[in-house]
Design a protein around this ligand. Structure first.
Ligand code: ZN
Length: 256
């Protein structure tokens, strides 16, 4: 077996055997991969802290031929994001991020731009407990585009009419926003107001570190977040289950 160096994050994990764990990792070099970590659930394991959710570490991986599973034998913490993991709200946001990456990405497809976006998002989330949802929304809109689904937000994706100061419908698999005339009826369309559309444009344009300059009332921020989440779910045709928990523990109107 050859040593394969990688840097990345654990997205989730489950116990395996007596003291082992199988982790889902998101790595810069190899994209999303699964790895077994031997003995990590023993009290004195040196690998435990380096394989916590969203701790960026340098991993030493080995891969058996004809197996999708890597063996993770060493890990060194590069960035622990300790501040980020102290606040309940931020931890809840991290669970959504982990769920998004787990559900939306295929295995073994590296994407350096996405890796950079993820690091930027973690840094931005850790900066303050205010505006977490705005940062998440900024991540989602950029994430959808990095997955290969560019979103038209300036002009109707069908007829090309300007959408400046106009409401529209976001329609998954149709290239983004469609004007009211072109939009087909039916449950697949997601209504977006002129103000909502203007904010989506801004969140897409700004680096994620600057997302908080976009100010929204909590109820508006929540509805935009849910709109993007629904657009993503319909685009990837999968459900992001952690959203239900997020909505339960962080009701709209409370300071996110
Ligand atoms: Zn149109």
């Amino acid at each position: 077996m050859n040593l394969i160096p990688a840097r990345g994050f654990a997205l989730n994990g489950y116990p395996y055997g007596e003291a082992d764990k199988i982790l889902q990792l998101y790595t810069l070099q190899w994209g999303k991969v699964k790895a077994i970590v031997k003995g990590v659930r023993k009290p004195k394991s040196r690998l435990a802290s380096a394989t916590e959710l969203f701790t960026e570490s340098a991993f030493a991986l080995y891969k058996k031929p004809h197996s999708d599973l890597y063996l993770l034998s060493q890990a060194k913490i590069l960035c622990g994001y300790a501040e980020l993991k102290k606040a309940f709200q931020a931890i809840t946001a991290l669970q959504i991020l982990a769920d998004l990456l787990t559900q939306a990405l295929h295995d073994a497809e590296p994407n350096p731009n996405l890796y950079a976006l993820l690091k930027g998002t973690l840094a931005a989330l850790g900066e303050s407990s205010d505006g977490l949802e705005t940062v998440l929304s900024a991540f989602i809109i950029k994430f959808i585009e990095l997955l290969g689904h560019p979103m038209e937000l300036d002009h109707c994706a069908e007829c090309g009419a300007s959408l400046q100061r106009k409401g529209a419908y976001l329609i998954p698999h149709r290239g983004g926003a469609l004007c009211l005339d072109c939009s087909p009826s039916g449950p697949s369309r997601l209504k977006v107001s002129p103000a909502g559309l203007a904010i989506l444009r801004k969140l897409r344009e700004l680096p994620v570190a600057k997302a908080r300059v976009v100010k929204m009332k909590p109820a508006f921020s929540r509805s935009l977040f849910l709109l993007l989440m629904e657009y993503l779910e319909r685009t990837i045709e999968k459900k992001i289950k952690s959203v239900d928990y997020y909505l339960k523990v962080l009701p709209a109107g409370e300071k996110p």
